[in-house]
Design a protein around this ligand. Structure first.
Ligand code: ADP
Ligand code: MG
Length: 683
């Protein structure tokens, strides 16, 4: 069997099952072998019943301790129930819809069970454990078994069998993405060896070596792509914006003086825009550091140089706000701003599309709708993404893909520790706005417990009575907009029936229609609503200077960087502002995290602490950051490995910039595959 062969050639994979594999991105034998386990079940460790602990997934070696019960549950399910023992204690086991188990149980003196332990009172219990007679050959217990990313209809067993068959029947060597010279230099096993080990590890040690090798490979592929993209971009050609000097006029027309940091960053961007090399720059600036006006200034230069500029925002609310802002900023200069959003009416959309196509609109603002294929620009020269970490790498590329040769600017508010930004934004140049406009007051932040609730409510009422407005951020629930919406409604009900009876309070959440959201935001901005009960939809960008208090429920459940973002919604005007964090859990880590929030407003410091205290997994919610999905590698624990891979990528490209030599063939193929959606990197 060859790597290129379809998985249909494998025994047990018919048309239907093949389709399920396709859902997992597995088409060929090679794809199958690169479909790596998500985790493992360690069935090598035999535990005694007396030492079982809640939640463990372990093996026990036991015999029957009594009769086998066979009955139907209330829902009609066939249940087999038995008590088993190994002499140290008794374990209750149950199987559903598995009548055949009874025979196996009766057929042997002793068997091995593998399953997850639950406690019912003091009694341990396993439901649907794997059952094997102790001395049977080819046991599934006594091994480290891979657990694969799966899809409905496909069982772990189906995948395991397919992988094992493929490994047995494969009649050609597996090509190596890591060239031999790098394997030697970085002490890595071959791909062939690593793949065999990762699917069926002989021991923990073998597994670790195999994983390290595959992680290195993944990083190498990623980094090679990034390094190549960067150097290729430098060779591309973008419009040269002749007129960047006009930015000075634009700045003079602003109601405030730019901060030194804003000026510096505008200069850095302008230097890029004057060259024919396509810009690809990231602007990092804390909440409130004034990124919008920086973007506006360079968009102005684009328009004055005869090009269109587009700005993409992660939410409708924010897009709308940017639109209003930019319209105001550009009105004195007779620059027309078009707006596109998913929620707008067809007529409105057509009008805007027309203005974009015929060049009437110099500036275009929108949400994701902006990047759909139907949008044709007259002469796009600059694309700005206000990212705030809601966008992935891919969407970013989609917008710049509009016209292959444009300048790209990405703005982000969450400061990322340097090492991570290298991975996330390795192909970008970075500018940092490290200064807030003068005169900003510190937001007084307090972490409080339930006992202070009525005092907090009174405090917020006092603020409202003196004309200020407030935000209440609901407890963070699961990532489901439906549940979140319910939580908001509940909370609103509580507020309206309690201390805030008769006050003008409205809800704002992701399930509301665009028009409703806009209506609520508008009325809040005009001061017609005194307080908003909201979810994190307001996290990004909402700008209402009169809002001076934010109350955050269950603050301990949020990431610190997210709290920091939320808090940035207040303190935007001249009023002294407050942030009150309700915390129900008193754990020491939670306390420490809240303390940081109360003590500092420096986004970088907060991000670093967050990383330190919560660990990488939570900090780097991969989805949120649009990080490339890693299979073998874990970005934090493998930081050292990543650095090595980065160095290796540079070495490789230096020696063979186009990866043309036979040794680089597989690496070349994999880099291209990885960047497929973003367009080919190498030719
Ligand atoms: P962010 O970086 O969080 O996107 P914004 O661009 O929304 O920040 O700016 C926050 C507020 O600060 C806005 O109301 C904006 O008009 C104002 N602002 C921006 N730059 C300055 C400045 N140099 N001086 C005073 N106010 C400024
Ligand atoms: Mg902003």
């Amino acid at each position: 069997m060859k790597l290129k062969d379809s998985i249909r050639y494998l025994k047990g994979i018919g048309e239907k099952r093949a389709e399920l594999f396709h859902k997992l991105g597995v088409f060929t034998i090679h794809d199958l072998l690169l479909h790596l386990p998500r985790t493992y079940e360690d069935r090598t460790r035999i535990c005694t019943v007396e030492n079982l602990e809640e939640g463990d997934s372990v093996c026990v070696q036991v015999s029957l301790a009594g009769g086998i019960r066979n009955f139907r549950a209330r829902n009609g399910a066939q249940v087999i129930q038995a008590s088993v023992t190994d002499g140290t204690g008794v374990l209750k086991v149950m199987w559903f819809h598995a009548a055949y188990i009874k025979k196996t149980l009766q057929s042997a003196e002793e068997f091995v069970l593998f399953g997850k332990v639950n406690f019912r009172g003091f009694l341990p219990e396993m439901i649907n454990p794997v059952l094997e007679v102790s001395d049977k050959a080819g046991n599934r217990t006594g091994k480290i078994l891979p657990v694969y990313p799966c899809t409905a209809g496909l069982s772990q067993r189906d995948i395991r069998n397919a992988v094992q068959n493929a490994l047995t029947l494969l009649s050609e060597p597996i090509p190596d993405a890591v060239p031999l010279c790098l394997q030697k230099k970085y002490h890595l096993m071959s791909e062939e060896e690593a793949i065999r080990q990762i699917h069926a590890p002989e021991s923990l040690e073998h597994f670790c070596d195999a994983r390290r090798r595959l992680a290195f490979e993944e990083f190498l592929i990623l980094q090679t792509g990034i390094v190549a993209a960067k150097s290729q971009r430098k060779m591309g050609s973008a419009p040269c914006f002749e007129n960047v000097k006009c930015i000075a006029d634009f700045a003079k027309g602003l109601p405030f003086a730019l901060t030194n940091a804003q000026k510096r960053v505008i200069n850095e961007i302008s230097a890029d825009l004057r060259r024919e090399i396509p810009m690809n720059r990231l602007v990092q600036g804390d909440v409130g550091s004034g990124k919008t006006v920086v973007a506006a200034a360079v968009m102005f230069a684009a328009v004055r140089s005869g090009f269109q500029a587009a700005m993409m925002a992660p939410t409708e609310i924010l897009a709308k706000q940017h639109y209003e802002n930019l319209k105001k900023l550009f009105a004195p200069w007779n620059i027309t701003v078009a707006f596109l959003s998913g929620g707008q009416k067809q007529v409105e959309r057509s009008e805007n599309l027309q203005m974009i196509a015929d060049g009437t609109a110099g500036v275009v603002v929108g949400t994701h709708a902006l990047i759909t294929d139907t949008v044709a620009f007259y002469r796009l020269g600059l694309a700005v993404t206000d990212e705030q970490h809601r966008f992935g790498v891919r969407q970013r590329t989609a917008l710049s893909g509009k016209s292959d040769k444009i300048h790209t600017l990405v703005m982000t508010a969450t400061p990322i520790p340097r090492t991570l930004s290298l991975i996330l934004y390795g192909d970008l140049d970075i500018s940092i706005i490290d200064e807030l406009p003068a005169g900003r007051k510190k937001i007084e932040t307090y972490a409080v417990g339930e006992s202070k609730r009525s005092r907090v409510e009174q405090f917020v009422l006092n603020q409202m009575n003196s004309g200020r407005q407030a935000y209440f951020i609901c407890p963070l629930v699961e990532e489901s907009e439906v549940i979140e919406a319910n939580a908001v409604d509940e909370y609103l009900k509580y507020m309206r029936s309690g201390a805030f009876r008769g006050r003008k309070i409205e809800a704002l959440h992701g399930r509301m229609k665009t028009a409703e959201k806009e209506d609520v935001m508008n009325r809040f901005a005009k001061g017609e609503i005194e307080a908003l009960v909201a979810t994190t939809v307001i996290e990004v960008g909402v700008d209402v200077p009169n809002a001076s208090v934010m109350v955050i429920e269950n603050a301990e459940r949020f990431g610190l960087s997210q709290l920091h973002q939320l808090r940035g919604r207040v303190g935007r005007g001249t009023w002294q502002s407050y942030c009150i964090l309700f915390c129900s859990s008193g754990g020491s880590v939670a306390r420490e995290r809240m303390k940081i929030m109360c003590e500092t407003e420096d986004g970088f410091k907060i991000a670093e602490k967050d990383l330190e205290l919560r660990g990488p997994g939570e900090f780097l919610g991969t989805r949120q950051h649009g990080l490339p999905q890693m299979h073998a590698g874990d970005l934090m624990t493998d930081m050292q490995l990543l650095k090595e891979a980065q160095k290796a990528a540079e070495e490789v490209l230096e020696r063979d910039p186009e990866l043309k030599t036979p040794e680089m063939e597989e690496l070349h193929r994999r880099v291209d595959e990885n960047f497929e959606k973003a367009g080919r990197i190498l030719n």
